[in-house]
Structures are given as structure tokens and as C-alpha cells.
Design a protein around this ligand. Sequence first.
Ligand code: ATP
Ligand code: MG
Length: 268
Amino acid sequence: MSLATSPGRKIPIVSLASTKGGVGKTTLAYVLVTEVARRLALNLAAGPAGMAWRGRVTCIDADPNRTLAQILRLTKDPLITCVESDSDRLLGDLRHAQAESDLVVIDLEGTANQAMLYAAGKSDLVLVPAQPSRFDVVEAVKTIGVVRKAADLVGRDIAHRVVLSRTPVLRQRVADHSRAQFVRAGLPLLPVELVQRAAFQSMTYTGKPPWLQDGGEAAAANVVSLVDEVLAIIGLHLPLMTPADQANPPAAPARDQRPHLQGVQTVA
Ligand SMILES: Nc1ncnc2c1ncn2[C@@H]1O[C@H](COP(=O)(O)OP(=O)(O)OP(=O)(O)O)[C@@H](O)[C@H]1O
Ligand SMILES: [Mg+2]
């Protein structure tokens, strides 16, 4: 059963974590939240079925450099709220965010710290971006070590995936070798990678996600398949509506199946 229809639905939390800086956490956080906000907007515009959603994605920027908050200020998407946080405030900020959103995404600093442990302990999924290099295999092992400690602390499994980032557009032998190294190190890989594309860099200046950029089609398609994979893992049924879906939207869910009315108060 998907989270969107399960009676005990809790608002999912996804964290972007790595013990190393510059691997693509903020880039991935940004494309994830803007794509989810785009899907929510299409659902809300489609009529009664859209009432199933609150229409808000909350980002918790727990990196003192506030990179994600800066890009989101440029984007000005009304469905995205960004909260600047730190390890002291993180748990309280998460509680508030879960009470008001359809999805919460935490962007972390590129180092193992208390915020990473707290974020992982509250997460439904921890994404660990890594570039195809031996150094990043070692760092991903360390990061997932922190996730395992958090899982031990909270007494449950915490789903985690390495996401290869900045991979070459043309499949190269070195990237294949690198993928095999991640697998050999026992690290679960997301089947979709974030490819190296100019659109992922220009969005940091313009605040425009790839689907709003001229020439950003390939990057936008990459984001759609990556976000589909992520949402499937956390059980959030939010496919990208096509024009045909919009013309003929699905029926509104029964009142007691509206996800935002279910289980919200159960979050500790
Ligand atoms: N798929 C991609 N294609 C092109 N450029 C990318 C891609 N992913 C990341 N970058 C670029 O790589 C750099 C580092 O990415 P990003 O800031 O997302 O990493 P980070 O892990 O958040 O870093 P930090 O630990 O410093 O917060 C940025 O300049 C970003 O624009
Ligand atoms: Mg960052």
C-alpha cells in the first residue's frame, strides 16, 4: 500500500548526507523539492483530487553555508518553504515541518556531525550522493556508517541509497568500474544517477529548475526518473501529471483517505 492511502500515514523525511563536501547534496535536494512542488502544483490544479495534498514541501537547510536556502530564494516557489536550521533546532523544526507539509527534505553539511545523526534517525530515506571515484566510495561507506549508528539508536532500519552524481553523459568504463566498486562495498545504489549537465549548474544562478530552462529537457527528464525512484522508496504516490491526466483528473479520494488528515499527530 502506498503512503498516500495508508491509514497511519506519516509525512516522509528524506535527508541528503555525506561526510564529504561538494558531492552534490544541495543539487539533489534542490531538484527533488522543485520537482515534487511542480507535481503538487499540477495535482492541486487538477481539481478535487488535489485536495489529498497539503501543497507544501519543506526544506530544512542544516548546512551553515545556507546554499539551498539561497537558491530557493531565487526560485520563489510558493509551495516550497525553506527553514534554516542547526543541530539544536533540527528536531523541533522537523516536527513543525511534518505537521504542515507533504514531504520534508533535509540538506546537511558535508561532514559527520550531530545534525547528520539526528537527521538520519528521523529519516525515511537517506540519500548519499557520490561522484564516481574511489575517494567517494570511502566517504559513502563512512556516511552509511553514521546512518547505521542512527538506525541502532532509534531501533529501526533506515533506508539509504548512494546516488551517483555528475556522472558523464556518455557511459564510460571508469564510471562502470566505479559503480561496481560501490556495489562491492555493500552500498545500495539508486538505479538512476544525476548526470553531469550544464542545466544543473545554471539553476544555481537563476533559481530555475531544469524543466523551466531552455535546453534543459535532458536534465529535466533525468530529474523525473530520479524523483520517481525516490518517491517509490518512500511510498509517496505523486506521479508527474501529463496534460491528458489534467484533462481527465482522477477522482478525489474519500475524505478519510486524505493523506494530510492521517496520522500527522502521531509523529514524535
Ligand atoms: N549533476 C551535476 N551536473 C553539473 N554540476 C553539478 C552536478 N551536481 C553538482 N554539480 C555542481 O557541483 C558543485 C557541488 O555540488 P553541491 O553544492 O550540490 O554539493 P554539496 O554536496 O551540497 O556540497 P557541500 O558539501 O559544500 O554543501 C556545485 O558547483 C554544483 O553546481
Ligand atoms: Mg551543499
